[in-house]
Design a protein around this ligand. Structure first.
Ligand SMILES: [Zn+2]
Length: 76
C-alpha cells in the first residue's frame, strides 16, 4: 500500500522494518526519502495523520531555504 509521508506529503517512502509475531505484521516503520521523516504506522494520529498534525511541523522538501534553523554541530 502506497503511503504519503505525514510530514511532507510525498510518496517516496520505503518500509524500513516490520514488527512480526506468529507470521503476522503488527506494525511497520516507514522512511520518507524526500524529507527523511521516519514513522511507525501505529503512532498516534497527532503524529502521523497530516490532517491532525500541527502545521508548524509540516515541511516542503522542495524549498529547503524555508526550513527552520538547524542547530550547528558541537565543536570537538
Ligand atoms: Zn517526507
Amino acid at each position: 500500500m502506497a503511503l504519503n509521508c505525514p510530514r511532507c506529503g510525498g510518496d517516496k517512502n520505503r518500509v524500513e522494518y516490520q514488527g512480526m509475531e506468529n507470521g503476522a505484521v503488527l506494525w511497520t516503520v516507514h522512511y520518507c526519502t524526500a524529507c527523511c521523516f521516519t514513522w511507525r504506522d501505529t503512532e498516534p494520529a497527532l503524529s502521523i495523520d497530516p490532517a491532525r498534525r500541527k502545521k508548524v511541523f509540516q515541511i516542503d522538501p522542495s524549498h529547503p531555504e524555508r526550513f527552520g534553523v538547524v542547530i550547528p554541530p558541537v565543536a570537538r
